[in-house]
Ligand binder design. Structure first.
Ligand code: PEP
Length: 253
């Protein structure tokens, strides 16, 4: 059985004050969701504060990005070992905003994935197609290419210690959600691709859905057989919405 996970990507949002409030409410209520792993991804500047607020709770935290090198003259960048020092357990790799706005290639992301794992972080590898790619029936090819770049460098066994998030780019922050059937189809494809290399790894791999997940659509998405929870953007900034989404995952296991 795969333990579901609900992760909150805060993007470039938050302040000391809002984070204290947000995490206070989530922390006070997270015991009602025992069967779901919860992870939050604040902007790195707030990691120390998040570490203090969440110490001893069941909620984990991570970073939205990491550099592929362990140290060096890379002004403005953060290395995986530094994230470990602030108690991070996870890191997002290849969020579509990193791919499109910051031109991160599949090759670079494969290196970041490896660098994160080598330091003991669990990468959440984000994959997904744009609207044009979907309309041109390229979804499958795009996802397979994004996956294979990482498998080729890191090996399939690396997915024993990783999570995948399927995030159709056209659904992120747009209010448009993939239907449960559309999402399930891609999640099954991802699992099949991993199973081609290792059925054992594929069976245990958690695959999250991301793209305008809200309390009113989470339940139908999370009940699909290959959807093991969600990566949530906008709704994760609202404590009650985040808890309600996680609760939807809780009820299916
Ligand atoms: C995301 O940022 O990963 C995301 C899925 O955002 P939203 O839920 O706002 O679409």
């Amino acid at each position: 059985m795969r333990q579901p996970m609900v992760a909150g990507n805060w993007k470039m949002h938050g302040s000391r004050e809002s984070i204290t409030k947000l995490l206070g409410t989530i922390k006070a209520n997270c015991d009602t969701i025992p069967a779901v792993d919860l992870v939050v991804f604040p902007p790195v500047i707030f990691l120390q504060q998040v570490q203090q607020l969440l110490a001893g709770s069941k909620i984990q935290w991570g970073a939205q990005n990491v550099h592929e090198q362990p140290s060096g003259a890379y002004t403005g960048e953060i290395a995986a070992g530094m994230l470990i020092e602030f108690g991070c357990s996870h890191v997002l790799i290849g969020h579509s905003e990193r791919r499109t706005l910051f031109n991160e290639s599949d090759e670079l992301l494969a290196k970041k994935f490896m660098a994160a794992q080598q330091q003991g972080l669990t990468p959440i590898l984000c994959v997904g197609e744009t609207l044009i790619q979907r309309e041109q029936a390229q979804t499958e090819a795009v996802i397979i290419e994004q996956l294979n770049k990482v498998i080729d460098l890191a090996g399939v066994e690396a997915f024993n210690h990783a999570i995948i998030a399927y995030e159709p780019v056209w659904a992120i922050g747009t209010g448009k959600t993939a239907t449960p059937e559309q999402a399930q189809q891609v999640h099954a494809l991802i699992r099949e691709q991993i199973a081609l290399k290792s059925e054992n790894v594929a069976g245990k791999l958690r695959i999250l859905y991301g793209g305008s997940v809200k309390p009113d659509n989470a339940a139908t998405l999370f009940k699909m057989p290959d959807i093991d929870g969600g990566l949530v953007g906008g709704a994760s900034l609202d404590a009650q919405a985040f808890l309600d989404i996680a609760q939807c995952s809780n009820s299916y296991y």
